[in-house]
Design a protein around this ligand. Structure first.
Ligand SMILES: Nc1nc2c(c(=O)[nH]1)N[C@H]1C(S)=C(S)[C@@H](COP(=O)(O)O)O[C@H]1N2
Ligand SMILES: [Mo]
Length: 202
């Protein structure tokens, strides 16, 4: 662990990653169909007030938005570079739905029960984004339309496509890939890829 990243064609790559061209699709399970009348984004769990929050598709599209550029590092070893994502910063959601002071982690939930746990600090990171658009176009169904989480500093599995909810947690709990042998923290820059690499406090 802790090997330095390597420069490939001017891009800094985390150790053990190789770049692939374009933007191949990778996920587990089927692509969900979107129905605006059945869709909402929710925040639940340990909110400051104890209440649950819910936004419709139109309400999410009207939230303050920004653009980031990010590379996506899949834990299987492939990296795709130069993605321009547009959407709602996670920090906006935290302001609208404040967490209780005891909150240490969040679970990001997607369609069909896919989940990814994040330390609160990873979720509140400046570049963590709930993306609605890529390269100026709405996300395609395969890449997560209408909403996907992008956590640029962590492996791709920490960014659920087809995001539906954020759960505020007062202790950590493992998500989908974290329960299946992948690292709980998922920092590609320090080689935290597999769960057997975890320290006791991770
Ligand atoms: N809902 C859902 N989101 C998911 C996944 C998944 O299986 N289901 N796979 C993750 C993984 S492992 C990666 S690498 C990225 C891939 O995103 P892409 O196909 O847009 O490149 O999506 C992440 N988000
Ligand atoms: Mo991945």
């Amino acid at each position: 662990m802790g090997e330095a990243g390597v420069f490939v064609q001017g891009e800094l790559l985390p150790p053990g990653q190789r770049t692939v061209r374009g933007w191949p699709v990778s996920h587990y399970g089927p692509v969900p169909r979107f129905r605006a009348d059945r869709w909402s984004l929710q925040v639940f769990g340990a909110t400051a007030t104890g209440e649950k929050y819910s936004w419709t598709f139109d309400e999410v599209m009207a939230l303050p938005s920004t653009t980031i550029t990010a590379d996506l590092h899949c834990a299987s070893g492939t990296t795709t570079t130069g993605h321009e994502f547009f959407g709602v910063p996670a920090t906006v959601l935290l302001e609208l739905a404040p967490p209780a002071p005891e909150v240490t982690h969040v679970m990001a939930w997607a369609e069909y029960g896919y989940s990814a746990n994040l330390r609160l600090a990873d979720f509140t990171a400046a570049r963590t984004l709930m993306a609605t658009h890529h390269g100026g176009e709405p996300l395609t169904a395969e890449h997560g339309f209408p909403l996907r989480l992008v956590v640029p500093h962590l492996y791709g599995y920490k960014g659920p496509k087809w995001l539906r909810a954020i759960e505020y947690m007062t202790q950590d709990r493992r998500g989908f890939w974290e329960e299946r042998g992948y690292h709980n923290i998922a920092d590609p820059w320090t080689g935290r890829r597999h769960s057997y690499q975890e320290d006791d406090d991770e």
